[in-house]
Design a protein around this ligand. Structure first.
Ligand code: ADP
Ligand code: MG
Length: 227
């Protein structure tokens, strides 16, 4: 059996709002293997985004352990965690989260700026991935000059430009009409076919259907696994 890319062991996450404790995850065990394509399903508030944040090393669990390629990263310092995340994980969000005053090309270059990649190489990589995603004629457009589907493609290009081991997508089709959503889902399927590991959260059954494995979350627990 191969080593998991990322593994959660007994992960609990409790948010504290003043005196109030909000349990978001209540003991989650999960292994994401290289080549997996997982869909997290479940009603709003069931803990999907929190689980993605812990898997993506954006947030730490309150209790339990997070292993990245077999190494315990639960207590890794913030800088090291950010570096690991920047090199190995790509994120796509429902609202695209592009920087409004940057062009498509500049948005996609951004993760490479943080990794210290020289300008010429940055530009070449960003252009290449945007062309691959069908946006070769939109390089100089700003987000507000692009359709929702095009913006999500730019966001996907930005997530992929570092060639991450793990692609995490939180409701990536939640803001798109169904035809455009299907185009984005087809890209995920293609990427997974090329070996890219993907975890997405969705409450759209059509989106979940393209994954290889569906996990159902309820009140912060995984209650069902369907292959
Ligand atoms: P989902 O993505 O499935 O809608 P979330 O992971 O966003 O679920 O939320 C799970 C629970 O944690 C909910 O009860 C939500 O209100 C709570 N929660 C999420 N983020 C925070 C936060 N930053 N502060 C406090 N509570 C939060
Ligand atoms: Mg969510």
């Amino acid at each position: 059996m191969s080593t998991a890319l990322v593994e959660l062991q007994g992960v609990t996450k409790i948010y504290r709002l003043g005196e109030v404790e909000v349990p978001a995850l209540r003991g989650v065990d999960l292994s994401v293997l290289p080549g997996d394509f997982l869909a997290l399903m479940g009603p709003s508030g069931s803990g999907k985004s929190t689980l993605l944040h812990v898997l993506g090393l954006l947030d730490r669990p309150t209790a339990g352990r997070v292993l990245w390629e077999g190494a315990d990263v639960t207590r890794l310092n913030g800088g090291k965690l950010a570096e690991l995340r920047g090199r190995r994980i790509g994120f796509v969000f429902q609202m695209f989260n592009l920087v409004p005053n940057l062009t498509a090309l500049e948005n996609v270059e951004l993760p490479l700026v943080f990794l210290g990649v020289p300008a010429r190489e940055r530009r070449r990589k960003a252009r290449e991935i945007l062309e691959r995603l069908g946006l070769g004629d939109r390089l100089r457009h700003r987000p507000n000059q692009l359709s929702g589907g095009q913006q999500q493609r730019v966001a996907l290009a930005r997530a992929l430009v570092t060639d991450p081991a793990l692609l995490i997508a939180d409701e990536p089709t939640g803001n798109l009409d169904s035809a455009t959503g299907r185009e984005i889902l087809a890209l995920f399927v293609e990427l997974n076919g090329q070996g890219r590991t993907i975890v997405l959260a969705t409450h759209d059954p059509e989106a979940a259907a393209v994954a290889k494995v569906r996990l159902r979350l309820r009140d912060g627990r995984i209650t069902e696994v369907e292959r």
